[in-house]
Design a protein around this ligand. Structure first.
Ligand SMILES: NC(=O)C1=CN([C@@H]2O[C@H](COP(=O)(O)OP(=O)(O)OC[C@H]3O[C@@H](n4cnc5c(N)ncnc54)[C@H](O)[C@@H]3O)[C@@H](O)[C@H]2O)C=CC1
Ligand SMILES: O=C(O)CCC(=O)C(=O)O
Length: 527
């Protein structure tokens, strides 16, 4: 039974999937302090939050069972991703469910700002009938600058086009082709801020986007420009915005988000040219249902070890690629584990070479899996698909992925080599049509064995009787040999034996084998 903690208020309809699941117990406890979360988190397999809960390193550190953190929304700035990644916890978000709501809110803010609706409302509610103070501007033919043309930015741009606005967009990932399709003009940030009548931001808050719009950018803007931020506080520097409004450069600003939330002492709230909402972009019935449904489904996938797509701390694998790489996951992990068990010394570099049909697909996920297999042997259960590359990097292990057309004999081949500070070892495996995974080469010797169970790898000199003596010692010690592979390069030269045994041999038995004259090394492998 999986235990899931829901620590922020989430849509009940959205949570239905979790509440109905027979393998899940859902505990809903909201408004907990950090210390309280630290206390209870060790009981839970997954944590589900909206934006109130700050998932700090202390909470993650205490989360001994946690496999997933789900964010019902897009921005994950309330979750310490680095701490989660180091601990191998997958962070899931719901990137699509609130796109339309946030785009509509942004557009509502653009219109409210243009027509001064909140100010007029406020005046009337105070008993005034003032028609002179609230003269607005049209959107028709005005230039809208969209900073960040992702999901939300794109929807805002489409709505602006419907209002006959001209749209210029700044986004480092915007291609000419996409811009053309959307009917927007790509621009640099300088061009955008100097051309726009309205500027709306739709990027995440990152090191690059923090204060993306500041004093320098305000100086380039047209007089009377209007600013909208429904993305994250801090993309526009509030101090610079305040000065630009007071100086008359900026005619108005509409803000849904703030550098500090709630923004109680914020001087911007004292300016009549500023209209505000309390981070309501995603606050619609539809968006809250959508994000809760999406994140609940994804959490179940993670816990049930089924494929999931919206992990923030993992590269996403497109569905057409998943189909192609999935059959190789088990083999990749076994190859990683095998090589780690046979190599002596501190790991320095792991190289994964793909051949045959694998040269044509994105194999990054398989390399992660090889790495997981290799590092798990040394670092234990804490290693998983999420933190394996991070752990390798932290330990200075170089990871190389390459494709090769050299191995023509196999329709697919994964070759793994591991360099340690003492030696270099290699192993290669393939998926044989109808026979499943096979290891086909060890240290350059051709073999053919199933990568599973207990194995003993023996390096020896190719002399008559060597194989028999190994068999006799194992038999005398009640270790049954289920299968055996021998490989050699030259008659009478170096050779290997790989024995598949029914139960692990004890260290004493391995020592006795190692003492035989012909034998140069004995390694037990568990796959
Ligand atoms: N007010 C609210 O309630 C909500 C706010 N948001 C905010 O809106 C943001 C955008 O959401 P989506 O459109 O779904 O995300 P998205 O990931 O689809 O789009 C973000 C876009 O920003 C672009 N970008 C990244 N760095 C940039 C830079 N330095 N300069 C210019 N563009 C840059 C990316 O290329 C991407 O196209 C989220 O990160 C979140 O912070 C999202 C939902 C609700
Ligand atoms: O949960 C919310 O209402 C905040 C939404 C948001 O900012 C996001 O999804 O990034």
């Amino acid at each position: 039974m999986f235990k899931i903690l829901v620590s922020d208020p989430l849509s009940e309809v959205g949570l239905q999937k979790l509440l109905e699941a027979t393998d899940v117990e859902v505990v809903q406890k909201t408004g907990l302090k950090e210390e309280e979360l630290v206390q209870i988190i060790p009981e839970f397999d997954a944590l589900l939050v909206r934006s109130q809960t700050k998932v700090t390193p202390a909470i993650i550190e205490a989360a001994s069972r946690l496999k997933a953190i789900g964010r019902a929304g897009v921005g994950v700035d309330n979750i310490n991703i680095q701490a989660a990644t180091s601990k191998g916890i997958v962070v899931i978000n719901a990137p699509d469910g609130n796109t339309i709501s946030t785009a509509e809110h942004s557009f509502a803010m653009i219109m409210a700002l243009a027509r001064r609706i909140p100010n007029a409302y406020h005046s009337m509610m105070n008993g005034q009938w003032d028609r002179k103070s609230f003269v607005g501007v049209e959107l028709n033919q005005k230039v809208l600058g969209v900073v960040g043309l992702g999901r939300i930015g794109t929807e805002v741009a489409k709505r602006a086009k419907a209002f006959n606005m001209k749209v210029v967009a700044y986004d480092p990932f915007l291609t000419e082709e996409r811009a053309k399709k959307l009917g927007v003009t790509p621009a640099s940030i300088k061009e955008l801020v100097s051309q726009a009548d309205f500027i709306t931001t739709h990027t995440p808050l990152t090191k690059e986007t923090k204060y993306l719009i500041s004093t320098k950018e305000f100086a380039l803007m047209k007089d009377g420009v209007r600013i909208i931020n429904c993305a994250r506080g801090g993309i526009i520097e509030e101090k610079a915005l305040y000065e630009a409004i007071v100086s008359g450069k900026v005619a108005g600003a509409a803000l849904d988000v703030f550098e500090v939330e709630p923004p109680m002492e914020n001087p911007l709230l004292k300016l009549p040219k500023v209209i505000v909402t309390p981070h309501l972009g995603a606050s619609t019935v539809e968006a809250q249902e959508n994000v809760a449904i999406d994140v609940s489904e994804e959490i179940l996938h993670v816990l049930r070890e089924q494929p999931f797509k919206n992990a923030v701390n993992l590269p996403s694998i497109p569905e057409n690629i998943i189909e192609k790489v999935e059959p190789y996951f088990a083999l990749s992990e076994k190859l990683g584990s095998f090589i780690a068990q046979i190599a002596v010394g501190g790991l320095e570099e792991i190289t994964v070479t793909y051949s045959g049909e694998l040269t044509e697909i994105d194999t990054a996920s398989l390399t992660r899996t090889v790495l997981k297999g290799a590092l798990s042997y040394h670092l234990g259960e804490g290693v998983n698909y999420i933190n394996a590359p991070h752990l390798a990097k932290n330990r200075g292990i170089n990871v190389v992925e390459q494709k090769s057309t050299a191995n023509k004999g196999f329709t697919n081949l994964i070759a793994v080599s591991l360099k340690t500070n003492q030696e270099e070892k290699t192993v290669a495996g393939t998926m044989l049509n109808g026979y499943g995974a096979r290891i086909v080469k060890v240290d350059g010797y051709p073999v053919d064995l199933q990568p599973e169970g207990h194995l003993i790898l023996v390096h020896h000199n190719d002399r008559p009787g060597a194989i028999g003596r190994v068999g006799t010692i194992l038999g005398n010690n009640n270790v049954n040999i289920a299968a055996m592979q021998v490989g050699r390069r030259d008659m009478g030269g170096n050779a290997i034996m790989i024995l598949s045994i029914d139960r692990p041999a004890t260290p004493d038995v391995l020592d006795v084998l190692g003492e035989l004259n012909e034998i140069t090394s004995v390694t037990e492998i568990d796959l």
